[in-house]
Design a protein around this ligand. Structure first.
Ligand code: ADP
Ligand code: MG
Length: 301
């Protein structure tokens, strides 16, 4: 098969591993910087052009679209879909996953466990919002943050009021969330491929840090999930319409609660912690599913 890997940087661990796994399994793979593609969207014969030449003959595409380039990146994925190329994750599902509010609404609709969460744009009733999630301590999140940046723990009512007020002044969209203290600064990253959890790790923030993100200096180790955590991860990926997903779960007093669902989960941390060939599992998924008729959306929506 001929497989395109959409990535801005061919030297990234995840990009290299995916390419390696494609080649190891007998496929042809090419890393494509999606920001440098341009497209012919008007013709009956949709085209993508890269480095002066049309991208032809691809069977599958693995999108690794960065959070800051969702708009253009998903347009390129959509163009591949219009060309009947099978994407590991569809453009619509990637867009969905990039909006924390939309994601939580979709998960909630499917009855998946979530921390008690309130949303506000520029509410005047700050105390009402704080009470909605049970008062301080609580977590305040910028809707479009990633890698733990824009996630704040407000330990007192006063701190919560001040932070919400500050964000309101900046016209920022924020989520206010019950603080899951019992998680102790750790979470479970469940790597889902094709409706199965193929690898899982526990991430732990450094001492004094409630955020477990590896980018914030957290550490990770292999973990055994409970059946409930496993099914929560699988159902979450399904609710988002993602074939490949990193589902982050906290262990709360009221069972597993989902933090977020990532559509381009990194491979380095999970492969190091578990020793599992995650890249190989993704390519195996493509082998089983990459059939033009499986390109469900054909770029619609
Ligand atoms: P990001 O997209 O920036 O990673 P997350 O919503 O995943 O934002 O939050 C980052 C980390 O902060 C989580 O992995 C978790 O460890 C911690 N965290 C976030 N929300 C809560 C919460 N409500 N209770 C406890 N810890 C939280
Ligand atoms: Mg996160």
């Amino acid at each position: 098969m001929k497989i395109a890997i959409l990535s801005r940087n061919s030297k990234l661990y995840s990009t290299q591993r995916l390419k390696e796994a494609c080649v190891q399994r007998g496929h042809e793979a090419r890393v494509i910087d999606y920001l440098r593609c341009y497209m012919d969207i008007t013709s009956h014969n949709p085209k993508l052009i890269y480095q002066g030449e049309p991208l032809d003959g691809y069977h599958a595409v693995i999108p690794r679209v960065g959070a800051s380039h969702t708009f253009y990146g998903t347009a390129v994925v959509r163009q591949f879909e219009m060309m009947s190329v099978f994407p590991t994750n569809e453009s619509t599902a990637i867009s969905r996953s990039r909006d924390k509010l939309r994601s939580l609404q979709l998960l909630s609709r499917d009855g998946i466990g979530l921390p008690v969460t309130g949303f506000a744009n520029s509410t005047k009733d700050i105390d009402g919002l704080i009470n909605l999630v049970g008062g301080a301590p609580l977590v305040i999140k910028l809707l479009e943050g990633t890698q733990g940046i824009g996630v704040i723990l407000a330990e007192t009512q006063k701190a919560a009021q001040a932070v919400i007020e500050a964000f309101r002044g900046l016209n920022a969209n924020i989520l206010v969330q019950e603080f899951i203290k019992e998680a102790g600064g750790s979470d479970m990253r469940c790597f889902v491929v094709g409706g199965k959890v193929i690898a899982a790790m526990k991430r732990q923030g450094p001492p004094g840090e409630f955020r477990s993100n590896l980018h914030r200096g957290g550490s990770s180790e292999k973990v055994k999930l409970t059946p409930e955590e496993r099914s929560t991860a699988v159902r979450s990926a399904k609710a988002m319409g993602l074939n490949v997903a990193g589902v982050d779960i906290l262990r709360s007093n009221h069972g597993p609660v989902v933090m977020e669902v990532n559509s381009s989960p990194g491979l380095e941390g999970i492969e190091a912690a578990t020793g599992i060939d995650v890249a190989g599992k993704i390519v195996e998924f493509i082998e089983k599913n990459a059939d033009a008729k499986n390109t469900r959306d054909k770029g619609k929506g």
